[in-house]
Write a protein that binds this ligand. Structure first.
Ligand code: ZN
Length: 318
């Protein structure tokens, strides 16, 4: 298994050169454009704006916080988001930390793909990973990492050098469990980066919402939650950007409502917390096409800016 593949012989074949150069110029255009996100100051990039349904034609939940050209924080890694990560121009070796809101597939399914990609990079420092505790339905954050990469029982134990402290050859991921409540708890502070969390209600699934303060800006990610309790409002207080999950329409009932917050609840939280800009993501087939109704419900309780997210959208914080 070579870390860096030798260049393919096609590149040495003169008659293919015009085709190759055309391909190269096309291939690099979108990446170069996307890479401008967060080149100066702080920005949030949406890697995945969809939910679990592939038919929404969106990557599943994932976000990057950029600062001065560095992808510093990755929040969630749902299915499809690893491709968007590459398209964004980010590199795994740039990340200061990975945060998980919870371990549903649409928030964690591409984790192993990202870690495998990092193996080809020259990362020297540990990679901290923070997320919720476990219960009967879900592994804890440390179990989640070891279930993939643990040397004995991990699904991908062939990559255990990325996980097991005694093994030489690569950087190590460092998973941590965050036990949070409805009062924000400080999780990490490095330089000008401060990260805190609250526990949020998402059925029986242990779940966190995250607040990131970077470069004097505040960004809050709701994760999946039905919006009950005061924790999320406290966490989102005066945020410059609040990314909330628009997974159910107004009037949702039953399991959908027990898991997710309808637009009226999102609007109430955004309004009470006085956030400057509300970004609606985790858009699903049941909410796509209902943007006018969603916006109307939110505007009854929140008068700031509302934006519906799409994959690779970039939100610079001025
Ligand atoms: Zn979800």
């Amino acid at each position: 298994m070579n870390r860096r593949q030798p260049s393919r012989s096609i590149f040495n074949t003169v008659r293919f050169l015009p085709l190759v150069s055309l391909w190269l110029s096309c291939a690099f255009l979108p990446a170069a454009a996307a890479q401008s996100c967060g080149a100066q100051g702080v920005a949030v990039q949406v890697l995945g704006s969809g939910g679990p349904e592939l038919q929404d034609k969106r990557a599943m939940s994932s976000y990057l916080v950029w600062e001065n050209g560095q992808a510093r924080v990755l929040i969630d890694a749902g299915g499809g988001s690893a491709l968007r990560f590459g398209e964004s121009g980010a590199q795994m070796s740039q990340l200061d930390v990975i945060l998980f809101t919870h371990f549903h597939v649409d928030h964690s399914g591409d984790f192993a793909a990202l870690i495998k990609s990092s193996w080809f990079e020259d990362r020297k420092r540990p990679l901290p990973i923070y997320g919720p505790p476990g219960n009967g339905f879900m592994p804890s954050t440390t179990e989640f990492a070891s279930d993939f990469f643990g040397p004995k029982r991990g699904v991908y134990r062939y990559l255990s050098e990325l996980f097991a402290p005694g093994e030489v050859g690569s950087y190590k991921m460092q998973p941590h469990v965050v036990v949070a409540s409805s009062t924000p708890v400080n999780v990490l502070r490095t330089g000008a980066l401060a990260i805190s969390a609250v526990r949020v209600l998402h059925g029986a699934i242990p779940s966190l919402a995250w607040r990131i303060e970077a470069g004097g800006k505040v960004i809050v990610f709701s994760g999946d939650t039905n919006g009950e309790g005061a924790g999320l409002t406290r966490l989102a207080m005066n945020a410059d950007l609040f990314v909330a999950h628009n997974a159910v329409p107004e009037g949702a009932t039953g399991l959908e409502r027990r898991l997710h917050m309808p637009p009226s609840v999102i609007g109430q939280i955004a309004g009470d917390a006085h956030v400057k800009h509300l970004v609606l993501s985790h858009r699903m087939l049941r909410t796509l096409g209902k943007e006018d109704q969603t916006q109307l419900e939110i505007s009854k309780r929140y008068s700031g800016t509302v934006t519906f997210a799409n994959d690779l959208d970039c939100f610079p914080l001025k």
